[in-house]
Write a protein that binds this ligand. Structure first.
Ligand code: PRP
Ligand code: MG
Length: 206
């Protein structure tokens, strides 16, 4: 039996493949997967999904391990074992606003894909805000007048910059994480231990 690893599609997927290759695993089927969402390599089965769905597959034990950003764990608090940090996917969670625009004195409206993280951030500050939940392209909200600011991930900072926004406060630095199904860790320990160990020894990507 091969361990099943759920991978977050997109940027993390590419960085994971680079990392996995640096550990001398076979990545050829991952690179040449086309539009397939399930791929087998010599040693593993992989499934590709959105971050929050990666946690769902791991929570239900369909996948033994998952590769996901810590932002997803903080926002959705899934019932998984948060095993270890990985040396890629380094990002910050930040509050950003339009460059050169005054922060209004009235109750503020904040757009985000992360309503729980946003709520907790402002709760700690003792500030009550209205949160507008968006699914993506959050940077549009202040530009179009839907919100006064956003809470979102910053990686290179290019998206903020190219849309005329600036960081007002960074408050949470994180990376990709390897998560595990709680019972897989016990039942399949012999199968999973070598891969977990190799992840621990892995070197920083980029
Ligand atoms: C993410 C995030 C930021 C951007 C940060 O968006 O929400 O917008 O990447 O990266 P940067 O600092 O390197 O520019 P993503 O591209 O995943 O799209 P989405 O927000 O529409 O889901
Ligand atoms: Mg975005």
């Amino acid at each position: 039996m091969k361990p099943c690893i759920a991978l977050t599609k997109g940027r993390l997927e590419n960085q994971f493949i680079e990392f996995f290759q640096s550990l001398s695993y076979d990545v050829e089927p991952l690179i040449n997967k086309g539009r397939k969402l399930r791929v087998e390599t010599d040693e593993f089965q992989f499934v590709f999904a959105k971050g929050v769905d990666v946690t769902t597959y791991v929570e239900h034990g369909i996948a033994d391990l998952g590769i996901v950003g810590e932002d997803i764990l903080a926002e959705f608090q899934p019932d998984v074992y948060n095993l270890l940090p990985l040396p890629f996917g380094n990002c910050r969670m930040a509050l950003a606003t339009e460059k050169g625009k005054d922060w209004p004195a009235r109750k503020r409206r904040i757009a985000s894909k992360y309503p729980n993280i946003t709520k907790e951030f402002f709760r700690k500050k003792g500030e009550s805000v209205d949160i507008v939940k968006l699914e993506g392209s959050v940077e549009l909200a202040p530009i179009l007048g839907l919100a006064d600011g956003i809470v979102d991930i910053v990686e290179t900072g290019n998206t903020l910059k190219e849309n005329g926004l600036v960081v007002k406060e960074e408050f949470f630095e994180f990376s990709a994480r390897c998560i595990a199904n709680r019972s897989s860790l016990k039942i399949k320990r012999d199968l999973l231990a070598p891969v977990i160990k190799s992840f621990q020894k892995g070197e920083v990507v980029r």
